[in-house]
Design a protein around this ligand. Structure first.
Ligand SMILES: *Cc1c(COP(=O)(O)O)cnc(C)c1O
Length: 364
């Protein structure tokens, strides 16, 4: 190798995304319209009409750079979450927020703490900076907050928590997170990644932004990619007190959120009817998948997101069998879960198509 890249960069295992529909169509000679993709926790309803209209209007201005400070989107978020505008960071997806936190706070010689089986981007964001990863063993496939608190070292600058977690679908109630925040040293920043928050049933939802005033070391991360149906646009946001927000802004790429994405997000944020429809469709689809797995006698992790992790045995073979039937799900061997598949909740007919093919491939 003649290129001098840092060793910690060479050691990174690149992110493995869900297989795109177009790729499966090419590889297996299938009609793209007949392929069912339940692999990336996307919203099966697609984009809301309100966002579609806002995007169409925004196209006229695409010759210009976006508002780099995202004034109007921040104003909308500020109103919705009752936080000042200088507590808001916009991201190219919430993935960007995770990276901004890592780039602002980590460097070689310090560490980040996250759970085994938590979202793959925590490892990537940590490794990119040359910082050390402290991976805390999971408890029942979820975060063990006591062990995570205990794992914080003197060089730890960042802790990542996914709630609900992907790929396992586990959830930590508000009081557990609050107790964790109270126990963490004030100079250790906690990223609370709530990408699936909108899929929680109302009784479990809590407004974590209310913890921000008491915790200058908290970043709450949210996304428009999941329940809001805008995954392809790449827009998310982080909420944190002004000092942390200012630090993240220093490492933020100018114009990191496109003008079309900003316009769509403003419209989607106001579209309560779409959000409600997404929630209900997911609640029903999740119940359908989980009861089918129960009937098949398969182990699964009761999910609080828009996907279910199910134990199938030889997951690589089952994944392959489903691909041949035109159904894309997500293998999770890269998470250290080679017996499991993650299945995103789809439209009712997509769930049915999956279950029909799944029963066949599983020989049931
Ligand atoms: C999908 C996901 C995200 C972010 O997705 P973006 O599209 O980058 O907003 C963040 N965290 C978790 C746990 C996710 O599953």
């Amino acid at each position: 190798m003649s290129i001098h890249a840092p060793e910690y960069v060479r050691k990174i295992a690149p992110y493995q995304a869900g297989k795109p529909i177009s790729e499966l169509a090419r590889e297996y000679g299938l009609q793209p319209e007949r392929i069912v993709k339940l692999a990336s926790n996307e919203n099966p309803l697609g984009i809301p009409q309100s966002a579609r209209d806002a995007m169409a209007a925004a196209v006229a201005d695409l010759g210009r750079y976006p508002d780099s400070n995202g004034f109007e989107l921040k104003a909308a978020i500020s109103k919705r979450y009752a936080v000042p505008q200088d507590w808001i960071t916009l991201g190219n997806g919430s993935n960007d927020i995770l990276e901004l936190a890592a780039h602002a706070l980590l460097q070689p010689g310090c560490s980040a703490v996250y759970s085994q089986y938590s979202f793959a981007v925590y490892a990537l964001a940590t490794q990119e900076t040359g910082a050390r990863a402290i991976v805390v063993p999971a408890r029942e496939l979820g975060h063990d907050l006591d062990a995570m608190r205990a794992a914080i070292a003197s060089d730890t600058r960042l802790v990542f928590i996914a709630n609900p977690n992907n790929p396992t679908g586990t959830f930590l109630p508000a009081d557990r997170i609050a107790a964790f925040l109270a126990a963490v040293p004030r100079d250790v920043v906690v990223v609370l990644d709530e990408a699936y928050n909108e899929y929680l049933e109302p009784a479990l939802r809590f407004d974590s932004s209310r913890w921000l005033s008491d915790h200058p070391n908290l970043i709450v991360s949210r996304t428009f990619s999941k329940a809001y149906g805008l995954a392809g646009l790449r827009v998310g946001f982080g909420l944190a007190q002004a000092e942390l927000t200012d630090l993240m802004n220093r490492v933020r790429q100018p114009f990191n959120v496109s003008s079309v994405a900003q316009a769509a997000a403003i419209a989607a944020l106001d579209d309560d009817a779409f959000l409600e429809r997404s929630y209900e469709l997911n609640r029903d689809g999740l119940a359908r998948l989980q009861s089918a797995f129960r009937e098949m006698g398969l182990e699964y992790v009761p999910s609080y997101g828009n996907f279910v992790l199910v134990r199938v045995g030889d997951a690589a073979a089952v994944y392959e069998g489903l691909l041949r039937a035109g159904i894309i799900v997500r293998p999770v061997a890269n998470y250290g879960l080679p017996d499991w598949l993650r299945v995103t909740v789809g439209l009712p007919e997509e769930n049915d198509a999956f279950l029909e093919a799944f029963a066949r491939v599983m020989g049931r």
